[in-house]
Design a protein around this ligand. Structure first.
Ligand SMILES: [Zn+2]
Length: 381
């Protein structure tokens, strides 16, 4: 492997969010007398006396550690110790060989692999235990910690702020506008769905999960209305690539219910037929080994088709005070494109979901609980 930059053992990290396989940390930039990164010993031979350093670092103030620039505007993603987690070295290799060639630089959220000292991971794990004690960690995530045998981490573009603020907790959303991570999921119907389905794959699964979750079953009418954050908005992904502009406008209204109509129109106009959305649509059409035709059970092969259906779309929308020409300045990028492995039970999991969606009538919209979601999916209108 090429020499990689290494984070300093003294780096300060702030827990930001976590998913099933990773935790994302904000990097607290050091004050001037401290440094986030140390010169990497393994890089010294690489940029040693016989090898000229890269020309782009020639102009940088020698008083500033060049490696600090690597962490600027980035978040650090660390791997959890879960059964289906792959070492980052493998993840990065799969990404570089199978996913990266499909996209241009400006279409993706950057990711850079770095070495992370074991002491940093141990410190983070101690902090996770503390967060659990203080009930500051989502209950469903408790009990799982970072993999202490993972020597690598991933720096990813920070889409949560436009500045490299050292005090992120004081950065107001109003100052930076809206940054939203959407999981659009399936832009096309599952190839094994019934031909007259009234729900697309994403809407059918959402209906099934709603019915599975206890709050829905309790049928309590006294629960106060819940404010849904934009990233959790429920919409039909077919509307995001629809040729009808009204479908995009309705979706943006669902994602940002509190925005004024003119702002909704501007955002919808920017996203309507956006090349990145259209590209993801065409890639999903090409890589369509999903549904009952998904990767074979127990397969160690990775599944590009599922990866393209589980990636994130990051929207960065300028604040209303900088609203002029906002349509041109909305930044849209794809992230979370690490290749999904079909091993360790994942293929069976995907297959079982598809069988339930078909056998229990979720695609056809025949479940009693689906009466209330009629019209949500493009296929049911
Ligand atoms: Zn749908």
């Amino acid at each position: 492997m090429e020499p990689l930059p290494e984070l300093s053992p003294a780096i300060k990290l702030d827990y930001l969010a976590e998913g099933g396989a990773n935790i994302v940390y904000r990097i607290i930039l050091p004050s001037t007398e401290e440094q986030a990164l140390e010169p990497q010993p393994s890089e010294l031979p690489y940029y040693g006396s016989s090898t000229p350093p890269p020309t782009e670092i020639d102009d940088i103030n020698p008083d500033i550690d060049v490696d600090i620039n690597i962490t600027s505007g980035k978040l650090l993603r660390l791997r959890k110790n879960v059964r289906y987690g792959l070492p980052y070295h493998d993840t990065a290799h799969d990404f570089q060989t199978q996913v990266r060639p499909l996209f241009d630089d400006e279409e993706l959220v950057d990711q850079i692999m770095v070495r992370v000292p074991a002491s940093v991971i141990q410190r983070c794990n101690a902090n996770l235990h503390e967060r659990e004690r203080l009930r500051k960690r989502p209950a469903i995530r408790c009990g799982v910690y970072l993999a202490e045998d993972e020597p690598l981490g991933m720096l990813v573009t920070d889409m949560t702020t436009t500045t490299t603020a050292t005090t992120p907790s004081t950065t107001s959303v109003a100052e930076v506008g809206h940054i939203v991570e959407l999981k659009p999921k399936w832009f096309i119907q599952s190839p094994s769905a019934p031909s007259k389905a009234r729900r697309c794959r994403t809407c059918a699964l959402r209906d099934m999960k709603r019915a599975d979750s206890p709050p829905f079953n309790s049928r309590s009418s006294t629960i106060a209305p819940v404010v849904i954050p934009p990233g959790k908005a429920q919409f039909c992904p077919l509307d995001l690539t629809s040729s009808d502009k009204k479908d995009m406008q309705r979706t943006i209204r669902q994602i940002f219910p509190s925005l004024p109509p003119e702002r909704i129109d501007t955002i919808a106009g920017a996203l309507y037929q956006h090349p990145i959305l259209q590209k993801l649509l065409s890639l999903q059409r090409i890589h369509n080994d999903v549904g009952l035709n998904g990767p074979p059970s127990g397969s160690k092969e990775t599944s590009l088709s599922m990866t393209l259906r589980d990636c994130s779309i990051f929207l960065k929308i300028p604040s209303s005070t900088h609203f002029s020409n906002v349509q041109a300045r909305i930044d849209i990028r794809l992230g979370d494109l690490d290749l999904k492995s079909a091993a360790n039970g994942k293929a069976e999991y995907w297959l079982n979901i598809e069988k339930r969606l078909i056998d229990e009538g979720w695609y056809m919209g025949t479940q009693a609980s689906q009466a209330g979601t009629e019209g949500e999916c493009a296929l049911s209108r």
